[in-house]
Design a protein around this ligand. Structure first.
Ligand code: F6R
Length: 259
């Protein structure tokens, strides 16, 4: 099963994951990162900034999980813009090496295949950062998504549009369609880090970690992955039945094991 790490705060989670990313980039300067957007990964990107000063990041590659369909790529809430502002610019990455799915309507019929090919050409994703939606989605794989799915267009459920309305002037402006890495795509990344903070994520986290493996809760796909680390704060961990065991196991983790 996944390793569950319960941390005191989102900032502590950011530091833990950032340390792993720095180790990866130091060992492999052309590492391929899987990047999430939304609020959850921000502490990771913030913690990376000072840690990457002095590290050669010129060859680091990255693939975002998803993008809205039909949004102007220059719109401040397009995931291309968000990744540029939150990741590429502050961390000094090469924008040519950081990819987001192409949500342009003109090429949308083959944008999924194109993205899959680009990930494969890069040799796959080494470390994938994931948030989880209150619907249990990872990427924008809403309930009902196939575990074999690849990058494709999905329709956002109303709950997700409501959740993301905070980034727009109103819920009506949140696009209805997105293009997202599939669950099959995500499961091929070599190491998954699923992060969640706050009470609002507690049910989705408990379902993903301890519930049945079901496409009704797409985050439960992590149970099929051989190397997943779930990093949650106390509030997001509050519905985990075996939280005490996870704390005990992490506190007594052999030093040689690593994350
Ligand atoms: C973002 C993504 C989504 C978010 C999820 C949680 O690229 O794929 O799965 O991770 O909607 O969003 P936040 O972090 O804003 O709560």
């Amino acid at each position: 099963m996944a390793e569950i790490v319960i941390v005191p705060s989102a900032a502590a989670a950011g530091e833990l994951v950032a340390e792993e990313i720095v180790k990866l980039i130091t060992a492999r300067p052309d590492a391929v990162l899987g990047l999430a957007t939304g609020s959850t990964p921000l502490p990771v990107y913030e913690a990376l900034r000072p840690r990457l000063a002095g590290v050669d990041v010129s060859r680091v590659r990255g693939f975002a999980l998803d993008e809205y369909v039909g949004i102007d790529p220059h719109h401040p809430e397009s995931y291309r813009s968000v990744i540029t502002k939150e990741v590429v610019e502050p961390l000094g990455l090469d924008p040519e090496r950081i990819h987001t799915p192409n949500g342009a309507l003109e090429t949308i019929s083959h944008a999924g295949e194109d993205y899959e090919r680009a990930i494969a050409d890069a040799g796959g994703i080494d470390l994938q950062i994931l948030g989880i939606g209150t619907s249990g989605h990872i990427g924008f794989n809403e309930p009902g998504s196939s575990f074999a799915s690849r990058t494709r267009v999905k329709t956002l459920i109303e709950q997700t549009r409501q959740d993301n309305a905070r980034f727009f002037d109103s819920v009506d402006e949140v696009p209805m369609h997105c293009i997202t890495q599939g669950l099959g795509t995500i499961l091929e990344a070599r190491h998954l880090f699923l992060l969640a903070f706050g009470e609002g994520k507690a049910a989705a986290v408990a379902g993903a970690v301890e519930g049945p493996v079901t496409s009704s809760l797409p985050g439960s796909a992590i149970q099929l992955h051989p190397h997943t680390t779930v990093v949650v704060d106390e509030a997001a961990a509050s519905q985990l039945a075996h939280a005490d065991y996870y704390r005990y196991a992490f506190a007594n983790k052999p030093a040689w094991q690593g994350l």
